[in-house]
Design a protein around this ligand. Sequence first.
Ligand SMILES: *[C@@H]1O[C@H](CO)[C@@H](O)[C@H](O)[C@H]1NC(C)=O
Ligand SMILES: *[C@@H]1O[C@H](CO)[C@@H](O)[C@H](O)[C@H]1NC(C)=O
Length: 273
Amino acid sequence: MLPLFALAAFASTTLAAKPIHSHNDYLQAVPFWDAFNLSIMSVEADVWWQDSQLFVAHTSGAIDKTKTLDSLYLENIMGLINGSITSATPISVDNPLQLLIDMKSDGPTTFQPVWNALQPLRTAGHLTTYANGILTQGAVTVVGTGNTPLASVVALEPRDVFFDSDIRHLYSTLPSVGVTPQWGPEITPLASVDYSDVSNTAQMQALVLNAHDFKIRSRFWDTAANVATWNTFWAAGSDWVNADDLQAVSNAWAVFDSTVAPALEKAYAKQEL
Ligand SMILES: *[C@@H]1O[C@H](CO)[C@@H](O)[C@H](O)[C@H]1NC(C)=O
Ligand SMILES: *[C@@H]1O[C@H](CO)[C@@H](O)[C@H](O)[C@H]1NC(C)=O
């Protein structure tokens, strides 16, 4: 049985955005903005803790000292929320942003600086937070991936950095000491896997439904990049299609026929997004 708070939180936070995730977003021509201007409300930044800064880069060799988590992401996000940057559709609880922080440097060392960097958003009350058994949607949901240590996420109280778990293992017991013995959105609002580790479309569909049973959203990476593939994921009700060509995936979504999605997944149907 899922705790009631989890069900309530999920029901009240129907995915408001396009089901598109900007994979390696910092590699776009204009990081963050190319995605945001297409109403793509899930972006991914690879971060390296080096020289007391959080640089955003694919490899440590590609670090450009002007590109930090703050300069590319957190300042823009804060500006859009507080109105210092104007937008017709600012980031808000009703139009939330999912920020995937892929910790590339050592997880336990990188975790605290990432937590610290979120302090302005935290202080202003903009982060999705789990406290006292209640998950409260904020304007920004931060999900740690890559080397993010599960134990550090579980230990946070209140918790405002979440964990990208392996979607294949949600039925296993949470492998960490904690109050919750099973996976749920208060630990892992998002569960993912490399699509090359999935046997076929049927298994993918089962994984999506399993995740939704746990009120967890799904994402598959390392997927083929073509309209037929994206449609297959959307038809399965998969929540965040991994996109590198943001315009092409947005175009495909614009003409996707959501009536082919399973009836069970009607909360994800296009008209409600
Ligand atoms: C995004 O939209 C804003 C506001 O319309 C605009 O000023 C900015 O140039 C756009 N940026 C990109 C990269 O499209
Ligand atoms: C809004 O956010 C921007 C970007 O982080 C910051 O520079 C500015 O001081 C903030 N303004 C207010 C009123 O909080």
